[in-house]
Design a protein around this ligand. Structure first.
Ligand code: ADP
Length: 167
């Protein structure tokens, strides 16, 4: 067990700004891990689901690999993922759920993502149904979960807000 590691989960529906905010935190000196990149680069998936346009994750092996990684690092680690429930919760200090107004999220997904119309609609619906928030609430107590609206704040402003929450 590495008791000095404190993980900040950065979750939310695809398009809310997790990667951009994580980059901003990285520029401010924080250790950052994209769970998706970790899964892809380590081959921790069974295959690709062409209907849902996403990889089929081998959750058990992802958790084992994450625990191996956690034993080697200390301090704050920001993990960004829309599937934050995969991260073993023992070291999680806070869960930040980025939220976004559906019309703004749609504009971001249409402008920046090569998603199909169906995938965009699926993500908008997930945001309206608060799926990432509910997934976090099933694991973490309310005092560990903080929602931040990304609709009208810049990624840097959101990063600064997260830093003030951590400290
Ligand atoms: P996620 O990692 O949650 O899928 P991204 O960080 O990739 O989302 O952001 C999706 C798109 O929205 C990117 O093109 C990014 O530039 C833009 N974006 C992210 N955060 C903001 C923000 N706070 N305000 C305006 N645009 C943003």
């Amino acid at each position: 067990m590495n008791s000095s590691l404190q993980i900040i989960l950065l979750s939310g529906t695809p398009g809310v700004g997790k990667t951009t905010v994580a980059d901003s935190l990285h520029q401010r000196g924080f250790q950052v891990l994209s769970l998706n990149d970790f899964i892809i680069s380590n081959g921790l998936y069974f295959g690709f689901d062409y209907i849902r346009e996403s990889v089929i994750i081998d959750e058990e092996i992802v958790q084992i690999k994450l625990l191996n990684l956690f034993s080697t690092i200390s301090g704050y680690l920001i993990i960004e993922s829309h599937a934050a429930e995969i991260v073993p919760p023992e070291f999680v200090h806070f869960v930040i759920i980025l939220r976004c107004a559906p019309n703004i999220l749609r504009a971001r997904l249409e402008q920046f993502r090569k998603y199909s119309k169906a995938k965009i609609n699926e993500n908008i619906q997930a945001e309206i149904m608060e799926e990432c928030l509910i997934a976090a609430q099933e694991i973490y107590p309310a005092e560990k979960i903080i929602q931040i609206d990304s609709s009208f704040s810049s990624p840097d402003e959101i990063a600064e807000k997260i830093i003030s929450i951590i400290s």
